[in-house]
Ligand binder design. Structure first.
Ligand code: BES
Ligand code: MG
Ligand code: ZN
Length: 492
C-alpha cells in the first residue's frame, strides 16, 4: 500500500472513496465543508443511521455529483471518549472496507485539530490502515491480492510527512513481527529465526551474531542447552546490535523468548490448543521487529536485541524433571517442570546481556505464563520491574500507543517461593500461586542491579477467544510490544 499526503480541497478530491470521520450525535462531517446539494438528503439519512457511533461506517454513493465516487462516513464516538487508539481503530475498519470493495485507492480526511491533534491523527490513520490490511496468507493457494493505496487529506508540513514516514516504518515492523510469529512450527525453527535476523542485519547495517549449539555449550548457556536438547532443531542465541548513539554509550538491551514450539517437554502439555504454542516465539519476533525499525528509523540510541531460541520437544535426549542444571551466571536450577522452559532460556540471555553490555536498561518480552492470562486476560500485558523510572517510561509509552500493561509486584517473599532444597533455585513456584510473579522472580535472579522490565505477553501476543477484536489485529499474532518499545526508544 502506497500512502501519500494530499492537501487538495476535500470536496473536490477525485477518489474512489472519500472517507470522513463523524462525532457521535453530530451532523457535521469532519473536514468536508462543501457537499453537492443533490446528495445532501442521502448524506443526512446516512448520518442519522450511524449517528457517529464509534466504529460504525456507512457508504453513500455520489452519483457523479462530486469528484469522489462515494463517501464513507465513519463514526468515532463522543469527543470526550476519543482515545489514542480511536482513529487507528476506525481507520483500520475503513481500509478493510476499501479492500472488500476491491478499490485501487481511497482517501481519508484527517479530523480537524479541535477533535484530534493532527500529527497523532495522521500517524494513527497510517498505522490503522497498514496494519489492518495485513493478512497471513502465505500458505493459502488463493490470496487476497494487493492492498489499495491511500491519500491522507491534511495540510502539508514537514512534521506531517515525517510522522507518516515514521508510522510506515513502525507498521511495517509490526507486520514483519506478525508474519514471522504466524509461521507454523514446521516452517520456523531457531535456525529460521536466525536467518531472518541475518537478513534484517544485512539490509539495515546491523551487526548480527548467532551462537551455535556448540558455542552455547562452550560458553556455559546451561538453560538454553538443556531446553534445546530434546529437539533435532538445534538451539540458537541470536544477537543484533544497532549503534545509533555514541560508540561508548551504554545500550538498551531487549531480550525476547523464542520457543519455536512448546510441547511442554517431558512434562507434556495437554493436547487442547497445543497448536497455539507455535506462538511461544512471539517475544523473540517482537525483538526482531523492533530491531528492524530501530535501524530503519536510524534512532540515535544504542540498542541490542538478544533472542534465545529453542524448540521444547520430548524424546530420549530431553531434559527431565529432577535434573539440576547450571545457568549462564553460574547459579544452579532444579528442574521440576520441563514446561517452565521460558525462564531458563531467558535467564541465560538476560545474564549474558548484562555481563556483555553493561546496559542502561534491560527489557524482556515473553509468552511466559498461562497464569498471566488468568490474572489479566487477553488485552493487557503484565509488567514486573526493579526500577521506578523505567517502569514510568514504559507506562507513558503504553498510554500513547494503547498497548496496555499492568504492573504486578515482586518482593522478597516471592523470591523465596522459588528457592530449592537441592539447588540455588527451582524452576517453578509453590503450586499455582502467583505463577506470573514466580516466573519473574526466577528472571530477577539472572541480573544484578540493571534497571529491568519484564513484559509477560502470554495473553496479548496473539488473538485468543477473549481478545477484544480490533481491525488492525486480524486473527493470529498481534506484534504486541513493537509499537510500545519503539515509542519508548524514540522518547529517551
Ligand atoms: N509458553 C508457556 C506459557 C503460555 C501458556 C503462554 C499458554 C500462553 C498460553 C510456558 O512455557 C509454560 O508452559 N508455562 C507454564 C509454567 C508452569 C509449568 C509453572 C504454565 O504457564 O503453565
Ligand atoms: Mg512451557
Ligand atoms: Zn513456553
Amino acid at each position: 500500500m502506497k500512502i501519500k499526503i494530499d492537501n487538495s480541497n476535500s470536496s473536490r478530491k477525485k477518489t474512489e472513496m472519500l472517507c470522513c470521520f463523524v462525532l457521535e450525535d453530530s451532523d457535521k462531517i469532519l473536514g468536508l465543508n462543501k457537499i453537492s446539494s443533490e446528495i445532501t438528503a442521502s448524506i443526512k439519512q446516512s448520518l442519522k443511521d450511524i449517528n457517529g457511533e464509534m466504529g460504525k461506517i456507512t457508504i453513500v454513493p455520489t452519483n457523479n455529483k462530486m469528484a469522489a465516487k462515494r463517501i464513507l462516513l465513519a463514526g468515532i464516538g463522543k469527543k470526550e471518549k476519543i482515545t489514542n487508539d480511536t482513529i487507528r481503530f476506525v481507520s483500520g475498519k475503513i481500509a478493510q472496507k476499501a479492500r472488500e470493495l476491491k478499490l485501487k485507492e481511497f482517501s481519508i480526511i484527517t479530523p480537524p485539530s479541535y477533535v484530534t491533534e493532527p500529527i497523532s491523527a495522521t500517524s494513527q490513520i497510517t498505522e490503522g490502515c497498514k496494519m489492518a490490511l495485513y493478512k497471513f496468507e502465505k500458505f493459502k493457494s488463493k490470496k487476497e491480492g494487493s492492498s489499495p493505496d491511500l491519500s491522507i487529506l491534511v495540510s502539508k508540513s514537514n512534521r506531517i510527512s515525517k510522522a507518516i514516514k515514521n508510522s510506515e516504518i513502525i507498521s511495517d515492523a509490526v507486520i514483519f513481527t506478525k508474519s514471522i510469529a504466524n509461521l507454523p512450527p514446521n516452517e520456523c525453527s531457531p535456525t529460521t529465526l536466525a536467518t531472518f535476523a541475518k537478513s534484517i542485519a544485512k539490509k539495515n547495517k546491523l551487526k548480527c551474531v548467532v551462537f551455535s549449539k556448540n558455542e552455547l555449550k562452550k560458553k556455559g548457556f546451561g538453560g538454553i542447552i538443556a531446553v534445546g536438547k530434546g529437539s533435532k532443531n538445534e538451539p540458537k542465541l541470536i544477537v543484533l546490535e544497532h549503534y545509533g548513539g555514541h560508540r561508548n554509550e551504554k545500550p538498551i538491551v531487549l531480550v525476547g523468548k523464542a520457543v519455536t514450539f512448546d510441547t511442554g517437554g517431558i512434562s507434556l502439555k495437554p493436547g487442547e490448543k497445543m497448536d497455539e504454542m507455535k506462538f511461544d516465539k512471539c517475544g523473540g519476533c517482537t525483538v526482531l521487529g523492533i530491531m528492524k525499525a530501530v535501524s530503519e528509523l536510524r534512532l540515535p540510541v544504542n540498542v541490542v536485541g538478544i533472542i534465545p531460541s529453542v524448540e521444547n520437544m520430548l524424546g530420549s535426549e530431553s531434559y527431565r524433571p529432577g535434573d539440576i542444571i547450571k545457568l549462564y551466571k553460574g547459579k544452579t536450577a532444579e528442574i521440576l517442570n520441563t514446561d517452565a522452559e521460558g525462564r531458563l532460556i531467558l535467564a541465560d540471555a538476560l545474564a549474558y546481556g548484562e555481563k556483555q553490555y553493561s546496559p542502561k536498561a534491560i527489557i524482556d518480552f515473553a509468552t511466559l505464563t498461562g497464569a498471566c492470562i488468568i490474572a489479566l486476560g487477553t488485552n493487557v500485558a503484565a509488567i514486573i520491574s526493579n526500577n521506578e523510572r523505567l517502569k514510568q517510561k514504559i507506562n507513558e509509552s503504553s498510554k500513547r500507543t494503547t498497548e496496555e500493561v499492568w504492573e504486578l509486584p515482586l518482593n522478597e517473599d516471592y523470591m523465596d517461593m522459588i528457592k530449592s532444597e537441592v539447588a540455588d533455585m527451582k524452576n517453578i513456584g509453590i503450586g499455582r500461586a502467583a505463577g506470573t510473579i514466580t516466573a519473574a522472580a526466577f528472571l530477577r535472579n539472572a541480573i544484578e542491579e540493571t534497571p529491568w522490565v519484564h513484559i509477560d505477553i502470554a495473553g496479548v501476543a496473539w488473538t485468543q477467544a477473549a481478545t477484544k477484536s480490533k481491525p488492525y489485529n486480524p486473527k493470529g499474532a498481534t506484534g504486541f510490544g513493537v509499537r510500545l518499545i519503539l515509542d519508548y526508544l524514540q522518547k529517551i
